[in-house]
Write a protein that binds this ligand. Structure first.
Ligand code: FE2
Ligand code: FE2
Length: 332
């Protein structure tokens, strides 16, 4: 079979094409779908045919940030299945750098979360597969500094926060000796999906800085946990505990969270984990005053600025995890 070369320009309606992450492709890979670059609306350049070996790194457009890769809708799921299989193999290999692994996992996570609102049940299975891959990654990554690096080197996309919340939630579950596979799967799935309700919040609110919100905008934003749970309520593949995680991820032990302001005893055990992981991953990923918080700074912020409103055993687990792993890193 010949190597993929620039073969030609095709006119196709944009509605039959799906954008895919460039990171899914590497030279020498047998292409499970034909790959195109969109030149302008309705106009696509074929850069690799299904069944050919990918040879994209020599292409000028591969390195052009603005160039986007597309496959036909009809071949999209073949690509995702193939990439999921590759990722699963890749994760267990020691000689592959973590930064490469997280690229694949992060992009699969983005793809699964993007498709959840459009294809329902099928996507729930995707979420479960991605959650399992994230769990595998977290287990294979020793040392908290390495976890932090992994999180920060994830692809910059909308699901970065969801993926990192999932990683931190699973590590917290480990630290709290929650070993039951079913419980871990629920934590992972809930963590990935926790902000799915943000899709329903108008962009004019989400794109604005929080301190600029009017009281009614704040109120609308604070409904996102409920909107998310409502969206998935009727899918039998989504366990009840996962719906609770989504609905309760902004509640806290002191009852100062939202939208229901329920207190510790009323919050489900798995939600307590994801609630803290959610804030922690926001603190370590989002730039504040031009810098990102280190793990220790995030802990300090939760304790000193927020007055540690989270469930105490979960918070202690986070602290222990950071201290223990930091010690292990130093003794290496
Ligand atoms: Fe949220
Ligand atoms: Fe969140």
């Amino acid at each position: 079979m010949s190597s993929a070369k620039t073969v030609g320009l095709e006119q196709m309606p944009d509605t039959i094409m799906t954008e895919v992450a460039k990171d899914f492709f590497f030279d020498g890979m047998l292409l499970p779908a034909s790959v195109f670059i969109r030149m302008k609306p309705g106009n696509y350049l074929l850069i690799g045919k299904k069944g050919d070996k990918a040879a994209f790194s020599s292409l000028h457009s591969y390195h052009n940030e603005a160039a986007k890769f597309f496959v036909k809708n009809s071949e999209h799921s073949d690509l995702i299945v193939n990439v999921t299989q590759i990722t699963s193999k890749l994760i267990s290999q020691k000689n592959i750098p973590d930064t490469v692994k997280i690229k694949f996992v992060g992009n699969l996570s983005e793809e699964a979360l993007n498709s959840i609102s459009t294809s329902g049940v099928v996507s729930v299975a995707k979420i479960q597969r991605v959650a399992a891959l994230i769990d595998q990654m977290a287990k294979n990554t020793e040392g908290f500094d390495k976890i932090m690096n992994l999180i920060r080197s994830m692809p910059e996309n909308e699901s970065k926060h969801a993926t990192s919340t999932c990683i931190i939630s699973l590590l917290l579950a480990d630290e709290m000796d929650i070993n039951l596979q079913q419980a871990r799967e629920k934590v992972a799935m809930g963590a990935l999906l926790h902000d799915v309700g943000l899709k329903f919040i108008p962009e004019k609110i989400t794109s604005k800085q929080r301190h600029l919100w009017s009281p009614s905008e704040l109120e609308a934003y604070e409904q996102h946990p409920i909107k998310g749970a409502e969206m998935l309520r009727d899918l039998k593949e989504v366990p009840y505990e996962v719906l609770l995680i989504i609905a309760e991820h902004h509640e806290n032990a002191q009852g100062t969270g939202y939208p229901k302001k329920i207190r510790d005893v009323k919050i489900s055990p798995l939600s307590k984990i994801v609630a803290l992981a959610d804030l922690f991953s926001e603190l370590i990923l989002i730039k504040r005053e031009g810098k990102q918080y280190t793990a220790d700074e995030a802990i300090l912020y939760i304790e000193e600025v927020l007055g540690q409103p989270f469930n105490r055993p979960v918070f202690m687990a986070l602290k222990n995890m950071i201290n223990k792993k930091a010690l292990a890193d130093r003794s290496e």
